[in-house]
Write a protein that binds this ligand. Sequence first.
Ligand SMILES: C[S@@+](CC[C@H](N)C(=O)[O-])C[C@H]1O[C@@H](n2cnc3c(N)ncnc32)[C@H](O)[C@@H]1O
Length: 214
Amino acid sequence: MADMVRISSFVDSYIKDDKGLLKDIYYKAISDGVPVIRKASREFLKTQLLIKKPESILEIGAAVGYSSLFMSQYISVNSHITTIELDEKRAAEAEDNIKKLKKEKVIKVIKGDALEVISKLPDASYDFLFVDVAKGQYINYYEDVIRIAKPGAVIISDNILQDGQILESHYTVEKRNRTIHDRMREYLYKITHDERVETSILSVADGMAVTIKK
Ligand SMILES: C[S@@+](CC[C@H](N)C(=O)[O-])C[C@H]1O[C@@H](n2cnc3c(N)ncnc32)[C@H](O)[C@@H]1O
């Protein structure tokens, strides 16, 4: 069996680059060290959006707006995206990037702590949610995510495999990463055992979970 790195680079070799300004935004983010969605993950998001055809999308973790701008290419004219970012500089850059691509009417950036922001969002208001925030926090958002998701909503959680570290036992993980590791394991258990949802865990890129609210 070929190793995962070779499999990933093989898969990535089939993925087309973005065009124009979006491509520039992606490569600038990479060169600035901003954590943006991996290529195979964004392709997976694309097909999920095309299948689900959501009207209202919530992203937790905007960074500089790349994934929101990417998603905006695959939603219908009446759909909209709300994205949340804690880091003020990144949120401002996300707004600039959204303006550059003339997507202000489609994508709204909320600056603030996602935990606080989502606790104030109305029940059953989103039909597609993309969770791409600090990995140790996914479990903290879960109850609110379920509350604000419409029945039938698709919830995608990114980077759930933590570059393979999730496989290791608690004691073999470096001490400083143990809390994140344990919380992600707790999250994976929750989304696969909660009766209110159905979940598939996929090894796309750094791992993605697709959860459907019943
Ligand atoms: C992996 S990046 C998001 C990448 C983005 N989705 C993309 O692919 O273009 C995660 C982002 O979450 C932000 N973040 C971390 N904790 C947060 C919180 N409590 N509330 C809102 N944003 C947070 C970080 O500042 C970071 O920019």
